[in-house]
Design a protein around this ligand. Structure first.
Ligand code: NAP
Ligand code: ZN
Ligand code: ZN
Length: 349
């Protein structure tokens, strides 16, 4: 085992501060990674603050990890020392159940092992994420990063990227479809970029009129202010697909009125009760509400390769590790364009 520096929270009310954690000795299929950058996902904040219940402390968040390979186990073939690699939201799963066999490890019947707050099969206790100097991960869950992309801006692809790419892919968004992305934050800004790259007519649906210009720069063809009821009416029954990234429970009925007959709104943000859905919002137009959780390892690699081909990365603001608590407040206030990424050198110094 080796001891490394990390940033963690002792309980749901505590700030994050420097702590020490253990990383396991590398096993034959493991990869030891020196973490260079780690994105800040809203899920990190939900977990630190125990918004969803079940958080295990100390919480060391971080599941948008980029780093350099320091060491590999003797059975690792596809990764070399010195490679730039990524780790997302999962570090293990059973690999035997139907979902695992179908490359849907995020839905593993035994429960996938989260990069943080998962059950640590090796050391006991729970897993610690990317707000740390190093991590040891089974090579199957380690992703290759396209060489043409900026490493620091790639970090958020490991969660915000795959979480938005996967539903757009699954519901086969393609050229000419009218797609709405609801909520312009870390996930939403990736949703716009992907839907645009897939050839859709993209409408950014936001509560923040001040983000309109950015939305267009990111690839939106139109901006719809969700609080403007007249504007919402003009777009009624016109969307082929909606991707809803709002991080809290809310009233989805106004959004359902935007869908065409048989169209789907996929929820990825609110992992908590939604306000009551009026049956008529679904019945009138045979509409669907669905959900999606990150994406499997194979699809995550496809997403990274797609980003390499289309030159897609996140719009990021780099921060030092010791400013993380202020950064959390800014994410909650919607004041980030559009993803914080921690320069992990700042933890080593
Ligand atoms: P974020 O950066 O905070 O962005 C969320 C955006 O939603 C905000 O910028 C805001 O955009 C909008 N919003 C916030 N509060 C709202 C409200 N009350 N009503 C309507 N819109 C509101 O968060 P994120 O990192 O993108 O994450 C979004 C959510 O997805 C989080 O809950 C996170 O835990 C979850 N998540 C899920 C998965 C998954 O696999 N399903 C993966 C990663 C994250 P506007 O100003 O444009 O309205
Ligand atoms: Zn995340
Ligand atoms: Zn499984």
């Amino acid at each position: 085992m080796s001891e490394v520096k990390a940033y963690g929270a002792a309980d749901s009310k505590a700030d994050l501060k420097e702590i020490k954690i253990e990383r396991r000795v590398i096993q034959p299929r493991d990869v030891k990674i020196k973490i260079t950058y780690c994105g800040v996902c809203h899920s990190d904040i939900h977990t630190v603050r125990n918004d969803w219940g079940g958080s295990k402390y100390p919480v060391v968040p971080g599941h948008e990890i980029i780093g350099k390979v320091l060491e590999i186990g003797n059975e690792v073939e596809n990764i070399k020392v010195g490679d730039t690699v990524g780790v997302g939201c999962m570090v293990d799963s059973c690999r035997e159940c139907e979902p695992c066999k179908q490359d849907l490890e995020q839905f593993c019947e035994q429960g996938m092992v989260g990069t943080y707050n998962g059950r640590d099969k090796h050391l006991g206790g729970h897993t610690f994420g990317g707000y740390s100097e190093e991590i040891v991960v089974d090579n199957y869950y380690v992703l290759r990063v396209p060489e043409n992309l900026d490493e620091n801006a790639v970090a958020p692809l490991l969660c915000a990227g795959i979480t938005t790419f996967s539903p757009l892919n699954h519901w086969k968004v393609s050229k000419g479809d009218k797609v709405g992305v609801i909520g312009l934050g870390g996930l939403g800004h990736m949703g716009i970029k992907f839907a645009h790259a897939m050839g859709a007519h993209v409408v950014m649906i936001t509560t923040s009129p001040g983000k309109a210009e950015d939305a267009k720069r990111l690839g939106a063809d139109e901006v719809l202010i969700s609080k403007d009821t007249d504007a919402m009416k003009k777009h009624a029954n016109s969307f082929d697909f909606l991707l809803n990234t709002v991080p809290v429970g809310h009233d989805i009925n106004p959004y359902l009125s935007l869908l065409k007959i048989d169209a789907t709104m996929c929820m990825v943000g609110a992992v908590e009760p939604l306000e009551a859905v009026h049956g008529g919002s679904l019945i009138m137009g045979r509409k669907n509400v669905a959900g999606s959780l990150i994406g499997g390892i194979k699809e995550t690699q496809e997403m990274l390769d797609f980003c390499g081909e289309h030159n897609i990365v996140s719009d990021i603001e780099m921060i030092d590790m010791h400013t993380i608590n202020e950064a959390y407040e800014r994410v909650v206030d919607g004041d980030v364009k559009y993803r914080f990424v921690i320069d992990m050198e700042s933890l080593r110094n």
